[in-house]
Design a protein around this ligand. Structure first.
Ligand SMILES: [Zn+2]
Length: 228
């Protein structure tokens, strides 16, 4: 997947330039992928042992994320969290690729929720059962892939507000989200439109501690904290 090439003009380029500036590259943030930005990307890729092709794809984005948005200390486990660093690297890379591709197509999705602690899952499960409200999940704590950092929810962000609208004007965007997710090794659930999770594993395998290969410190530390 090729996301950004030389001489592409996009809001995403501006975002990339801000990230590179925060990594000490001396760049003008002008939203234009010119020779300076290209040189900075190639330098960044070289220093981080990535393919130095000057194209900002999933691997490069993941590395940029890792270096500019380190996992923060989580204090309130019942809150909604969006930090991709708490996702398993396999899912993190997929999520970043999907997000960047959607941005480049001007489809206004944002990550609504990434890692979800069992405490919050318990609260959500109670909703519509022992607590007021509509049922929002069928998964008890440790039954949702969110508790393993293997799921993400993308929601539309329109005019400053979250939107779950799946009407005629937005249906194509949701379809595109699912299509991109599936391309990156994720799968969807029929009853939760915003949700994508890692394909090729099962809830019972996860409950037995059989996690996908390729774990890193950021994911492992958070899992240890969640398990307690
Ligand atoms: Zn979900």
């Amino acid at each position: 997947m090729i996301v950004l090439r030389n001489r592409v003009q996009d809001k995403l380029v501006e975002y990339l330039q801000k990230k590179l500036v925060s990594l000490q590259y001396d760049l003008l943030v002008d939203g234009s992928f010119g020779p300076d930005t290209h040189a900075a990307v190639v330098d960044f890729q070289t220093k981080n042992k990535l393919d130095p092709d000057g194209i900002v794809g999933g691997d490069t984005w993941t590395k940029i994320y890792e270096m500019t948005e380190p996992a923060r200390q989580v204090t309130v486990l019942s809150e909604r969290h969006t930090n991709v660093m708490h996702l398993h690297p396999k899912v993190r890379t997929a999520v970043v690729k999907v997000f960047v591709q959607l941005q480049s197509e001007n489809i206004p999705f944002r990550i609504f929720e990434a890692y979800r602690y069992p405490q919050r899952q318990a609260q959500l499960y109670a909703q519509g059962r022992t607590k007021p409200g509509n049922i929002v999940t069928y998964a008890r704590p440790w039954s949702s892939y969110h508790q393993y950092g293997l799921a993400v929810d993308f929601v539309l962000f329109l005019n400053g507000n979250w939107s779950w609208d799946t009407g005629a004007t937005t249906r194509g965007w949701w379809n595109r989200l699912h299509q991109l997710g599936i391309q990156e090794g994720l799968m969807r659930l029929d009853f939760e439109v915003p949700h994508l999770q890692l394909a090729g594993t099962s809830s019972s395998a996860l409950k037995q501690g059989m996690y996908p290969p390729g774990a890193d410190k950021s994911w492992t530390d958070n899992m240890k904290m969640a398990i307690g």
